[in-house]
Design a protein around this ligand. Structure first.
Ligand code: HEM
Ligand code: HEM
Length: 181
């Protein structure tokens, strides 16, 4: 049972890192003026995303087993209590569902009717990332001291890149392509 817990946490942490990279490469996918960074993002976005989805699927399955052991009293309840844990797990499940809907937007482009274009549906992945971050910060156990500041810094960096992409699109700043060599 300890093994389930360790594997679940490991998959959660690796999955979160991969999800982060999926969002970052997604933002850079159609960014203008980011030069070779955009090329790299295009090359790895789908691979990184599929990896994130698989690891998070494993994390979700192990997470259900882990939560079950806690509910039936096989393993001790975390210090924050069972109902808090269940709430946190529900947020994680919501994040995973949003992720699946977002990805389906591209994989099955005709499933959703206008105005739910593939791009719009794919943007659900932003929601998945936000809920995934809340879930990780809420139920993450002993890594909290490292996890929370790390999560905040990570999210701030993503917002910064999003902003930079918007400013580059509007022609207000020039990025890599704009630098003369
Ligand atoms: C973990 C799963 C995934 C996440 C978190 C993710 C995230 C993102 C994000 C945040 C964007 C930027 C959207 C924007 O603001 O412009 C994006 C763009 C994109 N993604 Fe994904 N993605 C995932 C899976 C996939 C998959 C499986 C595919 C292909 C089948 C894909 C193809 C694309 C393409 C082509 C773009 C650029 C398209 C555009 O902006 O119109 N993504 N992704
Ligand atoms: C986008 C989806 C998800 C992401 C990014 C994610 C990420 C994480 C992360 C980073 C942790 C913290 C690990 C630690 O420091 O201890 C965690 C914990 C946990 N997650 Fe998720 N998760 C997701 C979905 C799910 C789902 C679908 C479930 C189950 C239905 C779940 C159940 C759990 C449980 C039970 C824990 C606590 C493990 C412990 O006892 O420490 N997660 N998750």
């Amino acid at each position: 049972m300890d093994l389930v817990w360790y594997l679940d946490r490991a998959a959660g942490l690796v999955g979160y890192a991969a999800l982060y990279l999926a969002v970052l490469t997604g933002i850079l996918y159609n960014a203008e003026g980011f030069g070779s960074i955009t090329d790299t993002a295009r090359r790895i976005h789908i691979e990184v995303s599929v990896f994130a989805l698989l690891v998070l699927l494993a994390h979700g399955i192990l997470g259900v087993v882990d939560t079950w052991f806690i509910v039936v009293g096989e393993v001790p309840t975390p210090a924050y209590g069972a109902s808090y844990l269940l709430g946190g797990v529900a947020v994680g499940a919501g994040a995973f569902l949003l992720l699946i809907v977002g990805v389906l937007g591209f994989l099955d482009a005709r499933r959703f009717e206008w105005p739910w274009t593939p791009r719009v549906v794919h943007a659900f992945t932003y929601g998945a990332f936000v809920f995934g971050t809340i879930h990780a910060a809420a139920v993450g156990t002993d890594l909290v001291g490292l996890l929370r500041p790390g999560l905040i810094a990570g999210v701030v960096f993503l917002v910064y890149v999003l902003l930079l992409r918007t400013l580059a699109r509007l022609g207000i700043v020039s990025t890599a392509d704009g630098v003369s060599s």
